[in-house]
Design a protein around this ligand. Structure first.
Ligand code: BES
Ligand code: MN
Ligand code: MN
Length: 455
């Protein structure tokens, strides 16, 4: 009889065909014009889970549907794992910077290029195929499984917490497994130690009641674009520290052992930033680059809007300006507290003649792994067998908002093992996922479910 791993090798061609169909669906959760596509992607996941042998349904929410897949044939004595992933993707724009269309997957140089290939359709798909391989060859899974696939991760998971609370009995699990992150380096898998949280705002600056002739009024009234630029510029001091009173007060620093572990990782900051055409500058100069990425908070302008930005010159004094500002948070910090501190800060720096208003968009809490033995050991063995190298413990600068909530509501620990590679262009043009990681990823997960049966 063939093993699940043999099955996955034999069926690889079909797996690619199916992944192609998934990647062709433009499930951009942020844009309502894609609501139909996002729903189609949910239905596609549901039918794949069902074809693999799970019971599956799509459940509507006030936003995009949640897909639930369930298999409980391992019995009440076997552990239950909850596999989380997201089927929505980021907008593909700017389209002109893609070398092949974002929703027409293409393999070049061992990489699958498409929006969502790495984040997160491709990685969610690995789990579905690993489940299928077990069920097709053995008629059973080594553990009970709940698959939770959402379509709103890229817009901050606004409806998922109420969903998880409402369905907590169906979602009950001993461990949560998530593949929505990256390996530390090619050939070097990682298990995540932490994720940063997020607090995302708009700052609106409003001045005169209308746009004005910049000669007739310039000098007589305050320009809200100038005022907002100063506010933004003053958010950091000359050492890259965030200049908001109290901002660092609640941070719980990582242990010296954690930091010592990070300092042993093979990391070349020049190469990391050089690959995106920049020197390793910016952030808090008092910390080495990996620690800035994993253990320190940030404040970044993600968008700016004001005045005339079309062709040529227009002498205008805009009546409004707006900045989108995101903060990455670390343990001890919360988006609620950052909002209070930023509100107080804006009240202090608001200049006469310009009104500053803060609008909160979304947030996500920082996550720290509970590095319990058996869960991590099981994953280490599975990764080592498939990649030929034991995983390193790594932090992560990005955010997956539901992780902390799942742990709290379900009382389970999470295991984050991702198969994207650094530089995979998540959220950017030319997103890719390595075919080698696709194939080894399925192998790893097949082994992982076996390993988890012994928990
Ligand atoms: N998969 C990413 C998070 C991530 C990125 C993990 C890189 C590891 C490496 C996730 O889809 C994501 O993009 N999260 C958003 C959250 C936000 C939209 C609430 C993020 O981090 O910006
Ligand atoms: Mn993701
Ligand atoms: Mn993402």
């Amino acid at each position: 009889m063939s093993t699940p791993i043999d099955f996955a090798r034999r069926e690889r061609g079909r797996f690619y065909d199916e992944l192609w169909r998934f990647l062709r669906i433009p499930s951009v959760s942020a844009k309502s014009e894609h609501d139909g596509d996002t729903e189609r992607a949910a239905e596609w996941v549901r039918s794949q889970l069902e074809a693999a042998g799970l019971e599956a349904e799509t459940i509507p929410t006030p936003g995009h549907p949640v897909v639930l897949g369930e298999w409980s044939g391992a019995g009440p004595d076997a552990p239950t794992i909850l596999i989380y992933g997201h089927y929505d993707v980021q907008p593909p724009e700017p389209l002109e910077l893609w070398d092949s269309p974002p929703f027409e997957p293409e393999i070049r140089d061992g990489r699958i290029y498409a929006r969502g290939s790495a984040d997160d359709k491709g990685q969610l798909f690995l789990h579905i195929k690993a489940l299928e391989a077990h069920l097709a060859t053995r008629g059973r899974l080594p553990v009970n499984v709940v698959v939770l696939a959402e379509g709103e991760e890229e817009v901050g998971s606004p409806n998922l917490v109420p969903f998880v609370k409402k369905h907590r009995d169906r979602l009950a699990a001993d461990a949560v497994v998530i593949s929505d992150s990256a390996m530390f380096a090619p050939g070097l898998p990682s298990l995540l130690f932490s994720l940063r949280g997020l607090a995302y705002f708009e700052i609106h600056a409003t001045g005169p009641s209308t746009d004005l002739h910049s000669g007739a009024y310039g000098g007589a009234i305050r320009n809200p674009a100038n005022a907002l630029a100063k506010v933004i510029g003053d958010l950091h001091d000359e050492n890259g520290r965030i200049a908001i009173r109290g901002f660092y007060d609640d941070i719980v620093d990582p242990s010296p052992e954690t930091i010592a572990g990070f300092r042993q990782l093979p990391f070349d900051a020049e190469a990391y930033t050089g690959a995106v055409g920049a020197p390793p500058a910016g952030g808090e100069s008092a910390y080495p680059p990996l620690e800035r990425l994993w253990t320190r908070p940030t404040c970044d302008v993600c968008g700016l809007l004001s005045g005339y930005t079309g062709e040529g010159a227009k002498t205008v004094l805009p009546s409004k300006a707006m900045a989108k500002v995101s903060f990455r948070l670390v343990p001890g910090q919360s988006s609620e507290r950052v909002k209070e501190l930023l509100e107080a800060h804006l009240a202090r720096v608001e200049p006469p003649g310009v009104d500053l208003e803060l609008v909160e968009l979304h947030g996500g809490r920082p996550w720290l792994a509970r590095l319990e033995g058996p869960l991590y050991e099981a994953a280490s063995r599975a990764l080592e067998q498939s990649f030929g190298a034991a995983p390193v413990l790594a932090g992560e600068g990005g955010t997956i908002p539901i992780v902390v909530e799942l742990e709290e509501i379900l009382g389970a620990s999470s295991l984050l093992l991702g198969f994207a590679l650094p530089g995979a262009n998540m959220h950017a043009p030319n997103e890719w996922f390595a075919t080698d990681c696709f194939e080894r990823g399925i192998d790893t997960l097949i082994r992982l479910y076996d390993e988890l049966a012994a928990l």
